[in-house]
Design a protein around this ligand. Structure first.
Ligand code: PLP
Length: 401
């Protein structure tokens, strides 16, 4: 008998499990709106042409070798990533108060940042929005932090519960860490306005809370890399400290390459240097050092003005297609006379629409229409195409009537 015979079968991941179920469905009309990955109008994954171009040049460059990167990753990539999120003219960068380390996409950056905080920060309480990306509580708990939630979403308006957010952060213990989605909040698609961000910033700074930004969708929300970084830049501009986890999964379509960065903005260059030395102690026993290929692609694109510009055009094209899917779905429901207010479909931003459909309605749509999504009613607009809008609208209509 196996020594592992007592091991229970674990449940599927609630998000990735949707794709597992989708793959098993033989129906020709099936539609996967579960996972947050961009698809073309033809429903196919997209490799950006700028990524192909960079990759080809990298592959053809015979001087490039496959040596280990340093523990902190590709130095050029780190420098360019900090500039991308904080802005080229960032005072914190000029003052050398930022330390940036290459990590395994957004998830890995969150995990390294969280383990650093658990080891070296005086407060282990982290407040995450309710709801949030399903992996957040697991990443932070396993890193050694105590997870609490703050109110974020108001189901009645399908918008922000701003007062609830202020109340909950206002009563958080001093020094608590606060996880903030930099833009395109997942799963709700609801972001604070800039005026609300300013109020959040004032509250966080006045209470000495520690902001930890999760930036998984820079450029994907509005189509503008700068606009989507505004929230983070407001917090950097006040001179205070913070952490940011960046992912290139969505905005460069580098999902499986696992490219991301963790930045810690500190008060002084001296502190930043010591923080970096401790980040290395977190990373070394975890995976030694990060992979070289994806980070080389990103650095290649970010450092060359014309390649960077080409990237922004492709990025905007993806963002615009998603925005157009919102309008098309909204129009299709209107034309069917589907009961309810569906304006949130066009109000929410980023990759997801938080439809407001409950788990029973979701189960009905999966069973009767072969449409796959997470049970909280979140649909990935990036998985939708003009051709499939009528099918989805029919299913939603049937589910709510
Ligand atoms: N954070 C949020 C809010 C996300 O939605 C995601 C991906 O879905 C991630 C982080 C991490 O993604 P990755 O690790 O692929 O960069």
């Amino acid at each position: 008998e196996s020594v592992f015979s007592h091991v229970a079968h674990a449940p599927e991941d609630p998000i990735l499990g949707v794709t597992v179920a989708y793959n098993k469905d033989p129906s020709p009309i099936k539609l996967n709106l579960g996972v947050g990955a961009y698809r073309t109008e033809e429903g196919r994954p997209l490799v950006l042409s700028i990524v192909r171009k960079a990759e080809q040049q990298i592959v053809n460059d015979m001087t490039r070798v496959k040596e280990y990167l340093p523990i902190t990753g590709l130095a050029e990539f780190n420098k360019l990533s900090a500039r991308l999120i904080f802005g080229a003219d960032s005072l914190a960068i000029r003052e050398n108060r930022v330390t940036t380390v290459q990590c395994l996409s957004g998830t890995g950056s969150l995990r390294v940042g969280a383990e650093f905080l658990a080891k070296h920060y005086h407060q282990r309480m982290i407040y995450i929005p309710h709801p949030t990306w399903g992996n957040h509580p697991k990443v932070f708990t396993l890193a050694g932090l105590n997870v609490k939630t703050y109110r974020y979403y108001d189901p009645t308006t399908r918008g922000l519960n701003f007062q609830g957010l202020l109340d909950d952060l206002g009563s958080a213990p001093s020094g608590a860490i606060v996880l903030l989605h930099a833009c395109a909040h997942n799963p709700t698609g609801v972001d604070p306005t800039l005026t609300q961000w300013e109020q959040i910033r004032q509250l966080i700074r006045s209470k000495g809370l520690m902001p930890f930004f999760d930036s998984a969708y820079q450029g994907f929300a509005s189509g503008s890399l700068d606009a989507d970084a505004e929230s983070v830049r407001m917090f950097v501009a006040d001179g205070g400290e913070l952490l940011v986890a960046q992912s290139y999964a969505k905005n460069m379509g580098l999902y499986g390459e696992r490219v991301g960065a963790l930045s810690v903005v500190c008060k002084t260059a001296e502190v930043a240097g010591r923080v970096e030395s401790q980040l290395k102690l977190v990373i070394r026993p975890m995976y030694s050092n990060p992979p070289i290929h994806g980070a080389s692609i990103v650095a290649f694109i970010l450092k060359d003005r014309s390649m960077y510009n080409e990237w922004t055009v492709e990025l905007k094209m993806m963002a615009d297609r998603i925005i157009s899917m919102r309008q098309q779905l909204y129009d299709a429901l209107r034309s069917r006379g589907t009961p309810g207010d569906w304006t949130h479909i066009i109000r929410q931003i980023g990759m997801f629409t938080f439809t407001g459909l409950n788990s029973k309605q979701v189960a009905f749509m999966t069973k009767e229409y072969h449409i796959y999504m997470t049970s909280d009613g979140r649909i990935s607009m990036a998985g939708l195409s003009s051709k499939r809008v009528p099918h989805l609208a029919d299913a939603i209509h049937a589910a709510v009537t």
